[in-house]
Each structure stands twice: as C-alpha cells, then as structure tokens.
Write a protein that binds this ligand. Sequence first.
Ligand code: URA
Length: 194
Amino acid sequence: MQSFNQKMLRFFQSLWPAEEKPIVLGEGNTNHPPVMLIGEAPGEQESLQGRPFVGKAGKNLDGFLQVLELKREDIYISNVVKIRPTKVSDKGRVSNRPPNKEELALFTPYLMEEILLVQPRMIVTLGNFALKALCGPKAIIGDMHGKETLVTVKHEKQAAEFCIFPLYHPASIIYNRSLQEVYDGDLQALKSLF
Ligand code: URA
C-alpha cells in the first residue's frame, strides 16, 4: 500500500503543485477491512487537513460508524477523486463543484487499483459518482441504493468480484430531507448484513 500511495502522490503531484491541489489519499484498515467507504471527492476541510471525511463529512461518518458498531480505524475510507474540485465565483469566492469528466477519467483507474489492493469485504459507495465509478454510467443511485450488488473490479491484468452496497451521499440529504428516512433504512439494511 505504501508504494501504491507513493506512486499516486508522485503522479498526481506532477500534474498539480501540492500547494495548489493537495492530494487526499485513502486511509484506514488496508487489510481486508469489513467496509471500504467510497465518497465523491475531498471538500475544503479534507483538502486542508489532507484526510478524507473530516469536518462536516466526518460528523456524518461518525453516525454511520455508530450504527454499524465500527470504529474509524476498522474501515478503509477513500474517494473517487483525490483532489478538491473547485470553482471560483466572479467575486473570487472558492467553492466545491462536482468532479468533471477529466477528473473522473484520471482518478478512476487508481480507485480500481486501490480496491484490488485493499480487498474489502464490502464496498459502501456514497452517492452517484462512487456508484457510477464501479457500476458504469448507467447506474443510478435511486434504483440501486440499500441493496447488495456484485461488481467486477478490473485494473490492468487483475480482476476480482466485490460486493457493493450503495447509499445516498449524506450531503444530498441536506438538499432533500425526505431522503433521511431512506438513508436510515438503508443503513439498517446494511447493518443486518454484518
Ligand atoms: N468529504 C469526502 O472526503 N468525501 C466526500 O464525498 C464528501 C466529503
């Protein structure tokens, strides 16, 4: 894992200076963890601290872990895109934006390699970007959330099958409160699998 991370850092930092776009790598249990959690991309706090799911997203993660009776260090946590996608307003204000096609194409092969190295027992995807990275562009969170699906993860000559459990992204619940109940039900369904 260490040499994989070094390779990732070398490659991505050759594209962006570290001070401009800090790389936020996955972290946690890299040895066949019960869960690998995959988010979309780092936000402001993640980019500042160089760690996935800290700040507000970390609070959501705490709730997730509490329901599953797991600790942060028990699981592996990563994102599809390993830099913070940003946009700048006319007034110069920097804010998050969804990852674009180029970023997704650049980072997705590394995610595949990362999954094959970590060998999680279950992959929990948060939101549409993580789901589509694993299941293809036609996959839709509204159809696939809250149930197990088998996916084949391929990287170069390696391929293996993994169980994924898609969840809505906690951030989407902020914009659509009715998803809270759905998310809570899905989390209970996930718990029943352990
Ligand atoms: N923070 C992350 O690291 N990933 C997300 O998807 C959201 C917040």
